[in-house]
Design a protein around this ligand. Structure first.
Ligand SMILES: Nc1ncnc2c1ncn2[C@@H]1O[C@H](COP(=O)(O)OP(=O)(O)OP(=O)(O)O)[C@@H](O)[C@H]1O
Ligand SMILES: [Mg+2]
Length: 384
């Protein structure tokens, strides 16, 4: 399949926004999006991790008459609980000790545009009350405020959590849930849209080559079949990262089924590890390789730990090896711990740097919530 053929399959209305796919499932979603986008209705986008919730939220905005106004993506899980109302709705002067001026929140700043509330399930109950009010009549009060402020903001929310279960547990307001779910878009997982995988592979190969200044990969049929048949738990994001890695490791080559199998086999914990390291001329280009090698060392340390545990130890507390993975500097001697998972400053700095400061990705790799990561960044005074 050539890139020209792919281009024809993108479809004229949404290819400009980087949204690709022509499988039956995604075509159904696009049809719904095209219908609801111009209406201004609030929308709930649900789907597994990495299925394109943010991409589709932005598509809804771009296909609406708000397209020339602001699109504001907010990750509710990344803002500390105590600050979220202030961030969303702003505050009046004197509403708390350091409030020396009145401030606008995201809602006021996004007037006329669209707010994308990602990870809506992370919104504290108190802020949920205010959000429901905005959804009902477009008004809210600032923190410490007494008068209603009216805004014209479209709300698109997203979740990969089961909000019904959260409602049952009293963690999410039922009235807000019913208000939000009136228009729901369920994004299919990659395994439900296998027909799109070849298109993604070629598109990402093209994008990665440009991003890493490498030659574009070509793929044997067998390689595409291997990729299509693999279970991509992290969906499109994971597939994209895999193609990035292949572009760096196999630059300009024709990728075979065997080499896809080789890299997928070496994926011990969600990372794709190099077997051979070539091309040492340019250290910047090779940072990816160095980084992958560090991951390989880390995984080997974990395997050794598991081996020691299985072979010699009967007294280590249960759950020790279930803790999140730690940095390569970690002593290989297993220590006996219990309670909270341990993460340290070095590991956080390392992981943040690895992801170019992207907190969401770093938190996901550290297996902690973004809010916890935020607190740790504050606590350790980390500046990148
Ligand atoms: N239809 C698509 N066309 C092109 N790229 C896509 C498409 N859908 C998703 N992607 C890419 O896949 C990655 C994940 O997409 P996105 O961040 O929108 O997923 P998500 O569902 O919001 O993930 P999470 O649950 O982790 O927040 C991004 O790099 C995005 O550009
Ligand atoms: Mg997202």
């Amino acid at each position: 399949m050539s890139l020209k053929q792919i281009d024809m399959n993108f479809g004229p209305n949404y290819k400009d926004y980087g949204v690709i796919g022509y499988s039956e499932k995604i075509s159904e979603v696009v049809t719904i999006v095209k219908t609801i986008a111009p209406t201004g209705l609030s929308v709930l986008v649900s789907g597994e991790s990495g299925t394109g919730k943010e991409v589709f939220a932005e598509l809804i905005h771009r296909l609406s008459d708000r397209k020339n106004r602001i699109f504001v993506p907010i990750n509710c899980g990344a803002i500390p609980e105590g600050l979220i109302e202030n961030e969303l709705f702003g505050h009046e002067k004197g509403s708390f000790t350091s409030a020396t001026d009145r401030s606008k929140g995201y809602f006021e700043n996004a007037d006329g545009g669209t707010i994308f509330l990602d990870e809506i399930g992370e919104l504290p109950l108190q802020a949920q009350v205010k959000l429901l009010r905005v959804l009902e009549n477009g008004t809210f009060m600032k923190v410490g405020g007494v008068k209603n402020i009216k805004v014209n903001v479209r709300i698109v929310a997203a979740t990969n959590k089961d909000l019904v279960k959260m409602v049952e547990k009293g963690q999410f307001r039922e009235d807000l849930y019913y208000r939000l779910k009136a228009v729901t878009i369920n994004l299919p997982s990659l395994r439900e849209r296998l027909a799109d995988i070849p298109v993604f592979v070629l598109k990402f190969a093209f994008d990665s080559a440009a991003k890493y200044k490498r030659d574009v990969l070509t793929f044997e049929k067998d390689a595409i079949s291997e990729i299509v048949n693999h279970h991509w738990k992290g969906n499109i994001r994971e597939l994209k990262n895999f193609i990035d890695m292949l572009t760096v490791m196999e630059t300009g080559k024709t990728v075979t089924g065997a080499s896809v199998r080789k890299y997928l086999k070496s994926d011990v914990s969600g990372s794709y590890l190099p077997v051979l390291v070539k091309d040492n001329e340019d250290s910047e280009k090779n940072s990816e390789v160095v980084f992958r090698t560090l991951l390989e060392i880390k995984n080997e340390i974990n395997l050794i730990k598991k081996f020691i545990f299985n072979t010699y130890s009967r007294n280590i507390s249960p759950g020790y090896f279930d803790r999140p993975e730690r940095t390569v500097e970690e002593p290989s001697e297993p220590e006996i711990v219990s309670g909270e998972p341990v993460t340290d400053k070095d590991e956080i700095v390392f992981t943040l740097k690895k992801h170019g400061g992207n907190r969401r990705k770093a938190a996901s790799e550290l297996k902690i919530s973004e809010r916890t990561l935020y607190r740790k960044i504050e606590k350790y005074g980390i500046e990148l």
